[in-house]
Design a protein around this ligand. Sequence first.
Ligand code: ATP
Ligand code: MG
Length: 495
Amino acid sequence: MGERIPNWLLQRSHISPNKSALIFEDQVWTFREMQEIVQDLQEKLMTCLKKQDRRVAILMKNHPKMVWLIHALQQLEIETVFLNHRLTPAELGFQLRDSQVELLFYDVTLAEIANELYAENPQLRIYSTTQYEEFPNQQLKSRAEYDLAAICSIMYTSGTTGKPKGVQQTYGNHWWSAIGSSLNLGLQSNDSWLCAVPLFHISGLSILMRSVIYGMPVYLMEQFDEEKANTLLQSGQVTIMSVVTAMLSRMLETLGTNTYHTHFRCMLLGGGPAPLPLLERCVEKEIPVFQSYGMTETSSQIATLSPEDAFKKLGSAGKALFPAQIRIIDQNGQEAKAEEPGEIQLKGPNITSGYLARPEANQTSFEQGWFKTGDIGYLDEEGFLYVLDRRSDLIISGGENIYPAEIEEVLIGHDAVREAGVTGGKDEIWGQVPYAFVVMRKPISEAELIQFCRTHLAAYKVPKKIMKVETLPRNASNKLLRRKLLEFLEEEKHS
Ligand code: ATP
Ligand code: MG
């Protein structure tokens, strides 16, 4: 057992009962109202819970009902397995078996997937939102405290480098993540956070956790909509928003010559690499972008760059949050010098204690209190972090390291290219050479693109071939699957 602190939502509704907690479409709930709904829901859920249900899965879209359920399960001391409804039933089936869950709550609009999961696994008990809301109430006293060492959520990684892994996040991980974020961004009495990212990802769940811990309202969107998001940011109601690059570029496109309200103070950008041209456009438009670095395992961002540093450190993910530490380890297992790339390793109370049922990954990912991310990056002289790429995607050509992300960024910088993906193919002379795949915005010849690369990249980084494709392989989080590009390459060779 670890340290115990008061039940978050209960404490929050005690301290700031009348403060707005959640805004969805035209409805507003205060923290007290939220606690009342959550209390009622817990009493209903007791009807279907069995003693062995230590862990429960939820398959839902962003909606107040999902917020109530998340809090109710926390108060019932149940570990919540968050399922991504964009995955296929086969992928979800794997996660349910992997986490040994026997009870699933689902959004009634996702009934088709839930029924398929049940057909595959008749042991599973499934209840829709409309079903469990009709359960009779069982008398129940709210849990007074949360154990910081207890597991709160299990969230699967995006599966970019391989099979998704179940990350166990404790109450303490969420607590420290929220504290680290506020020590960095500060907390203002008018703060409110726009959540248009999925609650089943850590980017979304961490906003909910901050909301109860800080006493801060959340504007929840069922689905990201750039026009609605822009309107909210222009109105002055929202001060902070979490985005990934694709969301930010769509918002910029529709924003046109308009600007955001002066109350809007933080566009927290994370989830993947941020292309420089996008960051430059934000600087021009004076949008306060905070580039960040983090992953499911760190329960949200662990490093952030503030806009004050954005000019001189464009492209950096900043410095570690106050409770966390970053180090770079070179190929020889030694701490790398400034500017020298190596594996990014992390330490901090927001980092997972381990993966579910993955002894091997647990063994290779943790060492003397440090978490080995599998990402490559470097720290500059002043200790600012630059993330280069994933170690598994690194291309080694004639002994030189090539980072696919760097080549992709150059290609995307050409106005004829909408998307780009780069991978290494075998080569008799160099061992490996880069191959590029592009989705075009307008026609251009391969020779012209190669010439463009030559003017921006050292010769050994210029792709051997650039192939045009309709779409790039992406996972349910919209992340590029470079390992699948290899299959494209094989097909190309045989055609
Ligand atoms: P899997 O672990 O299953 O392969 P994943 O790593 O994509 O999937 P997430 O936890 O969603 O799953 O993503 C975290 C990863 O995203 C980081 O490890 C890193 O590779 C990438 N990432 C996050 N922030 C940045 C950033 N600022 N720059 C570059 N890459 C980033
Ligand atoms: Mg990962």
